[in-house]
Design a binder for this molecule. Sequence first.
Ligand code: ASP
Length: 323
Amino acid sequence: MKKILALHTGGTISMSANELGEVSTNEENPLLDSRFIDDNIELTNETILNKPSEHITPDDMFKMQKRVKKAEGQGYDGIVITHGTDTLEETAYFLDLTLPNHLPVVLTGAMRSSNEIGSDGVYNFQSAILTAAADESVDKGVLVVMNDEIHTARYVTKTHTTNVDTFRTPTFGPIGLVGKRGIHYFQELIQQAVVQVDELKHNVYLLKAYAGMPASLLSCLDKKETNGIVIEGLGAGNMPLETVGAIQQLLADEIPVVMVSRCYNGVAEPIYDYPGGGIALERMGVTFCQGLNGPKARIKLLVGISAGFTGENLRNYISNAVS
Ligand code: ASP
């Protein structure tokens, strides 16, 4: 018998639509009425938040992390977290970076609310429970299960505004599938180090580069309270000429600047050696972060700073894909 704890945090999976199709939160989560029957699984439901995921903050993620840590000592074999899909990937990655335990932790959500035609909530919830209960899911890092696919928290991203097939892992693909007769894994991530965080530092920002981006968008963040900035740069990690001086000033003021790509696929790497090119930016002290998208790189920078990393240690933590 596997003991699974389901932590509910809100999102469309717990919402309902009115007769006009407008979707909103419920006082009572309809998912709790769904009957999950598997003789080998004992399910415990616990509501820890009831928020659309746009309202989820790093402090909420930390609350979930603490609850999962506690669950390990309570004899649970796996954890499912239901969550709104808009920021699900950020919570999943925060947990992936900070949870020291080996329990399977599986996040899921829904694209259609509980009473809409073709609602995917109960199905995804069931798939997540089965994944969390599978022996093969141990030591895989935090997972995201949606629409019959198993993705890693590190690389999954929401790619479609409304389609149920929205969660994808660009470049690598899902690591497993939820079949009709069980869970199937096909690949595994290289393990990463987990860091200890006791208190969260905030004021870590994310900007997206574009043609003609003014320096003022960067220089307005050049303040004592700013702990770090992630930029989704152009292509492999390049910046418009006008922004270079402002980036240089941020670095001179000891504000870490991390570069990822605004491209959907591939990794950010320094390739071009001209003002604003990746090589020139790296020479200035910009840290390249490979393979993560902007929101995840921001979570990693926030976690690294909160864990107390500074200078070279912070740069290594951010730039090393597996640590
Ligand atoms: N806006 C919703 C949320 O993230 C979307 C969803 O859950 O699918 O809470």
